[in-house]
Ligand binder design. Structure first.
Ligand code: SF4
Length: 231
């Protein structure tokens, strides 16, 4: 992305680009949608693809059109290649879902806003779910948070890629503030101790869960859980 037009990813044809407008937790406004439709028609963008990260990729853009498209969209660039938070996916939670136990959408939007510019060793994805049904895929994301009737469960080290890994539970039954505090501690620890290019799944395997717990949870006002792979 760095050597091409702003916020653009070169495609397989080595001639056209894709862009990913930032849509925190998959939320878009009517204005966003209208602007997307306008640029897709005006610049004859051939493909609009929904991603697993609750984002919309516009694919097949000519290099000379990229900057004009960003200006007409009026949306910020969603990260797609840089070592940072790429996205926070969140299910609707108590905002609309009848199964919801916690406000996953509110927590997800807050975390996305807070950490979208944080530099990290590698790309990082978060998944926030409003109940143990886990529609936010929280156990398969670098940082996962799951709502229960007792509060939030925070998870680290999940990955759904070529070397998949189910994340480890760090703490349970947390309040909103405690969950945000633990996510911050985990991100800062990973930022300070991760190797370049090392995703959290490999980081947890290398450093060890006990070491992470010992350092991250020192002086934390909540108690870690003993089990690591299940609730
Ligand atoms: S995880 Fe629970 S609250 Fe979220 S969408 Fe699924 S069923 Fe609803």
């Amino acid at each position: 992305m760095e050597n091409g037009p702003r916020g653009a990813i070169i495609q397989r044809d080595r001639a056209t680009y894709a862009i990913v407008p930032r849509t925190p937790a998959g939320i878009v406004s009517p204005e966003d949608l209208e602007n997307i439709v306008k640029v897709v028609r005006r610049y004859e963008i051939p493909v609009i693809k929904m991603t697993s990260g609750q984002r919309m990729v516009l694919v097949g853009i000519k290099e000379e059109d990229v900057e004009n498209i960003w200006n007409e969209l009026g949306m910020t660039v969603g990260q797609a290649t840089a070592p940072c938070v790429h996205y926070v996916q969140a299910c609707p939670g108590t905002v609309v879902c009848r199964y919801g136990k916690q406000d996953s959408l509110g927590l997800g939007l807050g975390l996305e806003e807070m950490y979208q510019t944080m530099n990290l060793p590698a790309k990082l994805k978060m998944g926030i779910s409003g109940c143990p049904r886990c529609c936010g895929e929280s156990y398969l994301r670098d940082i996962g948070v799951v709502g229960t009737a007792k509060g939030w469960t925070v998870i680290i080290g999940g990955n759904s890629g070529g070397r998949p890994r189910i994340g480890d539970v760090m703490a349970k039954d947390l309040s909103d503030d405690e969950a945000r505090d633990l996510v911050r501690r985990l991100l800062e620890y990973y930022r300070d101790h991760g190797r370049p290019g090392e995703r959290t799944a490999r980081f947890v395997e290398r450093v060890g869960l006990d070491a992470i717990r010992k350092d991250v949870l020192a002086f934390a006002p909540y108690v870690p859980v003993e089990e690591t792979r299940s609730e």
